[in-house]
Design a protein around this ligand. Sequence first.
Ligand code: 0L1
Ligand code: MG
Length: 268
Amino acid sequence: EPGGTVQTLEPLRSVDSIASQLLRAEADRTARAPLTDAYPELDIALAYRIQDEALSQRIERGENIVGVKLGLTSPAKQRQMGVSAPLTAWLTDAMTLPAGAPLPQDLLIHPRIEPEITFVMGRRLAGPGVTAATALAAVDRVYASLEIIDSRYLDFRFTLPDVIADNASSAYYVTGPVGADPAVLNLPLEACLLEVDGQLAATGVGAAVQGHPAEALAMAANSLAERGHAIEAGWIVMTGGMTDAVAAPRGTTITAQFTHLGSIGVTC
Ligand code: 0L1
Ligand code: MG
């Protein structure tokens, strides 16, 4: 074939090795070309097999699953990344950044930060057929959070299957100080101001996340069910960035102030 750069992905042999390559890029802080440059036939189903294999490798090295996150649930994030559908990815305890802890820049490639509404589940939630109302009824507490994302792809350039395989650019997350009863908050109207070094950088509301963050939670339960997974009691579910993500270079301070869910700051 002229050019000869397009290879054929052999799924059964390649899932393990691609998952290892992505975890290696993370450990080595080396951004790489998107998988679809070499494997244009990578589809969403195979991308989730790579994501799940990478999770198995994380568990083998001692990490514990603490929940799931959604990505690309808001129009702002979909536009920013040029991707038009949401996705789910895994959260482990290695991704937890305690409040007040500085961002471990030495472990990151090109971090960005985005504000999110995060649920802590009181009950197990299993699709299919989960609605926003049944999803919200399974929630114990709602928190503000900041997600630190760090794509393993050069310049955050990727397609939907690429970013699924890369666990939705997962790196760290910080949870805010207020755990509210979801029944007392109007989540679509819960607003957030995102500031970089005290300057307003972006604003968002809960409605940016699929109209209501509980819609995103229902979507996660239903799409995980297609792959045989449920959202377990005690897990956290991050519902997706409410605004564009902002760059988090060393030395900046990034703060999110929420209407009722308190403020969170990260020193980068
Ligand atoms: O919350 C989100 O929408 C995260 C999306 C992850 C993909 C990315 O922007 O790198
Ligand atoms: Mg996010």
